[in-house]
Structures are given as structure tokens and as C-alpha cells.
Design a protein around this ligand. Structure first.
Ligand code: CA
Length: 235
């Protein structure tokens, strides 16, 4: 698991890098917003720790640009008590925030919580490599991205995890309980109808002529499977 740490104060960045290394994470450090974008584009990350006050390109702008292409978890570092920063960051697509000055152990706990489902899903996907659905859709666990004809589809992290779980074993029919357990983790607090909501959103985003179901077939009374069969075989 690799973290992209975007922080312009070296003393703070060093502490985060040291704690992350102790947890077994690889780290990339970017000291300004432009460096963050260039690291993101060239190497990607499993999670982004993002300071909001940055030289060159603001943390909010970095957040918007990454979120426009990816559902990677983003944890912001904000000035303590700055409710406006927190609201602006969450509006820009961040998942969570920690107020400065922060306890590195608290930050690591937040990071673990956001990475846990992604790691389980990656194991389900197998080698962690690209999975193709229907020849045109790619599921990319490294970037936490679903691409259609090479362009990223804007899905949330939970939608990504549900689709990548289905795609990891395309011949299997998955019950809603199994989708929750594998995609979202045992401690997920949703309920099985939540899966239907994710599937509904995925279908809206992935549907195309001839594949109005967004490559996800409903197996009545049981659950879902990837709909990757020839049109003649589809019922
Ligand atoms: Ca700063």
C-alpha cells in the first residue's frame, strides 16, 4: 500500500513518513500542489494525505483534480477548529480530515480505517492487476479506477469496491451478503439493500446501448453477477 503525502512543512511530513513506514506503507512525499499532481499522475497511490495550505496549487484544487478522476481515499490535514476548511475539503471530495496539530497515531488510525476495505478488495481481485469486463471496461485496483474506453468513470470508493468484487470472479453469482463482506469489510455498517443502491448507481454510470444494465446482471432471489456473456446467451 502506497501513501501520497502532500505537505509543505518538512518537519510534519517527516513525522508522517516515519509513522507510515512503521505501519509498513510505502510513501511518496510532495511538498507542493504541482508536485502532488505529478506524483499522482506518474505513480498513483492507495491513499492521499493532503494538507490544505500549499504553495503553487492549493490543497482544495489538488483534491478536486484527483477526485475528478479517481475514488482514492483522501484524508485532509486542516487547521484545528477551521470548520470552513473542513466543509470546503469535504465538498471538494475529501473523505476525512484531521485537524492540525494532530496526533500521528490518530492519523494512522484514520488511514488504516480508510485502507482496510481497499486491501480486502484487492485480495479479492487477485494479483492486484487490471481486470477487463466486456472488452471496454477496465477495473484498475492500483488507481482505484474504473475506465470505459480508457476514460475514468466517476464512481465513489464503495461503488468501485462493489464492481471490482463482481469483476474479480465474473462467472460467480454473488449474494448481497458476500458482496458486503468481501467488498466493504466485516465491520461495514450498511445493510444488504445498500448494495442495490451501489449497483443502481454503477448501472447509471456504466450503461450503454446494448448494455443498459451496466454489465451487472440481477440474479433474482440471490444477488448479482457480471453480465459479460455474448448477447445471444443473455436472457
Ligand atoms: Ca501547509
Amino acid at each position: 500500500m502506497r501513501l501520497l503525502i502532500v505537505e509543505d512543512e518538512p518537519a510534519i511530513a517527516e513525522v508522517v513518513v516515519a509513522y507510515a513506514a512503521r505501519e509498513g506503507y510505502e510513501t511518496l512525499w510532495a511538498a507542493d500542489g504541482e508536485a502532488a499532481m505529478s506524483h499522482w499522475k506518474s505513480e498513483g497511490a492507495d491513499l492521499v494525505v493532503l494538507d490544505l495550505m500549499l504553495p503553487k496549487l492549493s490543497g482544495l484544487e489538488v483534491c478536486r483534480r484527483i477526485r475528478a478522476r479517481s475514488s482514492v481515499p483522501i484524508v485532509m490535514l486542516t487547521a484545528r477548529g477551521s470548520e470552513d476548511d473542513v466543509v470546503a475539503g469535504l465538498d471538494a471530495g475529501a473523505d476525512d480530515y484531521v485537524g492540525k496539530p494532530f496526533s500521528p497515531r490518530v492519523l494512522m488510525a484514520r488511514i488504516r480505517a480508510h485502507l482496510r476495505p481497499a486491501r480486502e478488495s484487492r485480495e479479492a481481485v487477485g494479483s492486484g492487476g487490471l481486470v477487463r469486463v466486456g472488452g471496454r471496461i477496465e477495473v484498475d485496483p492500483q488507481r482505484v479506477e474504473i475506465r470505459k474506453d480508457g476514460s475514468a468513470v466517476p464512481v465513489t470508493r464503495s461503488e468501485f469496491l462493489v464492481f471490482s468484487t463482481l469483476a474479480s470472479r465474473p462467472v460467480r453469482t454473488w449474494s448481497r451478503d458476500d458482496i458486503i463482506r468481501v467488498a466493504l469489510g466485516d465491520d461495514y455498517e450498511g445493510f444488504d439493500r445498500t448494495v442495490d443502491t451501489y449497483v443502481k448507481n454503477l448501472r447509471r454510470k456504466l450503461a450503454e446501448p446494448g448494455h443498459e444494465n451496466g454489465w451487472i446482471r440481477t440474479v433474482y432471489g440471490f444477488g448479482y453477477r457480471i453480465d459479460d456473456a455474448d448477447p445471444e446467451e443473455r436472457s
